[in-house]
Each structure stands twice: as C-alpha cells, then as structure tokens.
Write a protein that binds this ligand. Sequence first.
Ligand SMILES: [Fe+2]
Length: 226
Amino acid sequence: MEPIKPFIEPDFFTPEEYASIQETVKALMDKGIAEKQDKWAYFKKNTNNGFNVIFFSEVRHIPDFPKLSKEVEDKMRNRFNEVTGSTVDHVGVLWARYTKESGEIPSLMPHCDRSETHTGYMVTVELESTLDWDYYVEDEKFEMKKNQAIWFSGTHQAHWRPDKEFGDDDYYDILLFQTHSGNDQEALDMDHFDERDMYCMDVANKYRHLLEETINKTMRMNGRCQ
Ligand SMILES: [Fe+2]
C-alpha cells in the first residue's frame, strides 16, 4: 500500500479527552511516587531519544494499572478506521516526555520505523511543553502546536526534529499512535527497511546543519538514535 501524504490535524483531542490523557499520566507518576518514590518508576528511560516513555498499548490489560480512557482509545481507533477506510486491528500507543531527566539530550534523528509489518499510519500529537520544536517529515517542516497532530507513514518517510537545546527544567510531551490498514495485503520485507535506513542517512546528511548535536550524539551513543 502507498504511504500517505503527511497532513496536519489541529485540535485533535477534545478538551475532555485531553484532560483524561493528562489524568492518566499523572496517575502513573503518582503511582511511581507512592510505591517507589520515583515518578518515572513505571516509565522507560530511553537515552537514544532522550525521553521517558510508557507504551500504553502494552499495559492495556494489566489490572489496576493507570491506562488511557475508553474515550481516548476509541477516538484513536475511529480516526484510523476513517483515514485508512478499513477496520484496523492493533493500535500501538506511547506517551513520551522529552527531557534531560531521561539521562540524555532529547533528539529525533531522521529515521524510518520498523514497528509496523505493513505501510504504517503514524500520528504524533504535541501535548504539554515548555518550548517549541518543529517536526519534519522528509523535507516538509511542520510548526507544532499544542494538541496538533501530524499524520505520516513512518515506515516509509524519514521523520525527525532539528537540534533543540533543552534546559534542565524543559520538557516536551507527545502522544504517538500507529497502525496499518486492515485492507493491506502486502507485508513489508527486510529489504524495504534496509533500503529505508540508507535513505534516512541521506536525509540526515542533507540536513546536517540542523542536526549537528543530534549526529554527535549518535556517534557518542554508538547506536541507533531516534
Ligand atoms: Fe519514528
């Protein structure tokens, strides 16, 4: 299936849905503080991205664990059904806070995702933040706003953010969710992903003037930096 043309969807969540996401994240931080004296205890610290992340799609079925409300889950699934013109199966969801509390500087190196078996439909939504941070899909720059979604095909399109200096108290929250069309019969093979990796390196090289710190970090980490 062909990748989608990236587009903006402003005001993605209703005020009620947005508030409920915030409540879920706060409940998870409160649980960490109450049980382990650490608000990040139930999040993963991901130094490659410089964010602390919770994969809500992995904790959906754990009893007594803070999870996204049915309204929020339904909103994402219904929009996927509408945009793909199909009935989607899984919906992968993560919330992440880019912060130096992750142990590294926040960054998003140009990359393609291997996390969908078929052409991916990805949506990233900006939530709370202390600073502005542009989002790029290939050559197209999106100026992000709170509660604004960007739709793209992360399995095909290099997506990235330019270097951004975070102070100790700065943070940038996102909700990212993804799936593929229920009508897609063509699984992506390894050659596709390998070819996309090479292409993403070309994109990083093309924009290296915007990615100096991000590229330096990749060398320092000696591994995939997304
Ligand atoms: Fe990605």
